[in-house]
Design a binder for this molecule. Structure first.
Ligand SMILES: *Cc1c(COP(=O)(O)O)cnc(C)c1O
Length: 344
C-alpha cells in the first residue's frame, strides 16, 4: 500500500505555500529592503499598519525577533516587563528579553493565559531609586500555551486603563491575533488601538514560509528598524516573503474559521473521553490525559504509528493544532486514530 502522508497536528507552522502564494512569490517586485527599497515589503508594512490603525510596521524574519524588537521599544534596559508565566516571550525566546534587551521580567501564572487586571495593578512598581521600575506589560493573543484561548476585549481594555494610569506601555504578542479576530469578531483596528506595539505572525495560521511584523507609531518603528539591523534581521530582497505575506493577508484571514471549525470537531469527538482541556475557541485542542489510559509520550507514539502527528506539551498534556494544509478528510482520519487509542 502506498504510504499516506501523516496528518500533522503538531503546529500551524508546518504549512507549505499554496499554488496561489507560490505565484505571488514568483511575481514579486523586489529591491533591497535594508535600503528600504523592496516594494513588496513596503506595501506589506503599509497594509498591516493600516489594518491595525497604526502609523507604521516593520517586517521581521521571525515572531521572536518581532517581539524582542518591540520589547526593546517599550522597556528600557534595566526596567521591568510584566507578563504571564506561560507567555511565549518568557518561555520560547531563549532568555532574549534579558540577554539582548537587558529587560527584567516578572511573571505569575494566569488562568487561560488571561492576566487579571487587578493583579497586574498590584504588581506595578513605581519608578525611583529603590526598586526595579515597571515600564511595560505584555499580553498574548491568542494564548499559545493556554491552548489558543482568546483574551476577552474587556480584559484588554481594562489593562489599557491600568497602563495609562501608571504611565506604562502595553505590548501585544499577537502571533495569532488573526485567530482572535475571527473567533470573537473584534476588528483588528480595535485591538490595535489598545497597544503601543504589536507583533503579528504571517507564518502561523496565515501560512507563509516565514515572516512577522512589529506594528506601532512611525517614531517607534523607525527606532525598531535600527534594532532589527543590530539583531541581524535586516534582509535584502525580502519581498519574496513580503509577497507571500500580502497574499496571506488578502486570502487567508477569513478562512481561519475553517481551522476553528475543524478544531471544534476534533474536540467534540474526543470530549466523551474526558480529555479535552479548557474551551476550544480557535485552532488548538489541548488534551489533558490525567484520567486517560496512557500518558502524553505514549499517545504521541501510538498516534505516530497511526499516521497522526501531535505535540507533547508535558507528561500528561498533548496539543493538536489545525491549519491550512488539513482538510475535513484528514480530520476524520485523525479522529479515527485518536478515538481508537483513547478507547485503550
Ligand atoms: C510562534 C509564536 C511566536 C513567534 O515564534 P517564531 O517561531 O519566532 O516565529 C511568538 N509568540 C507566540 C505566542 C507564538 O505562538
Amino acid at each position: 500500500m502506498a504510504e499516506t502522508k501523516p496528518v500533522d497536528l503538531r503546529s500551524d507552522t508546518v504549512t507549505k505555500p499554496t499554488p496561489g502564494m507560490w505565484q505571488a512569490i514568483t511575481e514579486a517586485e523586489l529591491g533591497d529592503d535594508v535600503y528600504g527599497e523592496d516594494p513588496s515589503v513596503n506595501a506589506l508594512e503599509a497594509e498591516v499598519a493600516a489594518l491595525f490603525g497604526h502609523e507604521a510596521a516593520l517586517f521581521a524574519p521571525t515572531g521572536s525577533m518581532a517581539n524582542q524588537i518591540a520589547l526593546q521599544l517599550v522597556a528600557p534596559r534595566a526596567s521591568e516587563l510584566l507578563c504571564d508565566a506561560d507567555a511565549h516571550i518568557v518561555t520560547y525566546e531563549m532568555g532574549a528579553a534579558a540577554a539582548l534587551g537587558g529587560i527584567s521580567t516578572r511573571t505569575w501564572p494566569a488562568a487561560g493565559g488571561s492576566l487579571d487586571p487587578d493583579v497586574v495593578a498590584a504588581m506595578i512598581r513605581p519608578r525611583g531609586p529603590y526598586v526595579v521600575a515597571t515600564e511595560a506589560i505584555a499580553v498574548e493573543q491568542t494564548h499559545n500555551r493556554a491552548g489558543g484561548e482568546v483574551i476577552p476585549l474587556a480584559t484588554l481594555e481594562r489593562l489599557r486603563q491600568i497602563a495609562d494610569e501608571a504611565g506604562l506601555a502595553l505590548h501585544c504578542d499577537g502571533a495569532r491575533i488573526w485567530n482572535a479576530h475571527v473567533a470573537d469578531g473584534v476588528p483588528l483596528s480595535s485591538y490595535g488601538a489598545l497597544f503601543e506595539t504589536l507583533s503579528v505572525c504571517l507564518s502561523k495560521g496565515l501560512g507563509t514560509p516565514a515572516g512577522s511584523l512589529v506594528v506601532g507609531s512611525a517614531e517607534r518603528i523607525a527606532e525598531g528598524r535600527v534594532i532589527r539591523k543590530r539583531l541581524g534581521g535586516g534582509m535584502r530582497q525580502a519581498g519574496v516573503l513580503g509577497a507571500a505575506g500580502r497574499y496571506a493577508i488578502a486570502n487567508h484571514i477569513e478562512r481561519l474559521a475553517d481551522d476553528h471549525a475543524r478544531a471544534a470537531r476534533l474536540a467534540d469527538a474526543l470530549a466523551p473521553f474526558g480529555v479535552v482541556s479548557g474551551s476550544v475557541r480557535t485552532n488548538m485542542v489541548v488534551l489533558d490525559l490525567t484520567n486517560a489510559p496512557l500518558d502524553a509520550p505514549a499517545l504521541d507514539a501510538a498516534a505516530r504509528d497511526g499516521g497522526v502527528l501531535v505535540s507533547v506539551l508535558s507528561a500528561r498534556r498533548v496539543r493538536l493544532v489545525t491549519h491550512l494544509d488539513l482538510d475535513d478528510a484528514s480530520i476524520d482520519r485523525a479522529i479515527d486514530v485518536l478515538v481508537r487509542i483513547l478507547k485503550g
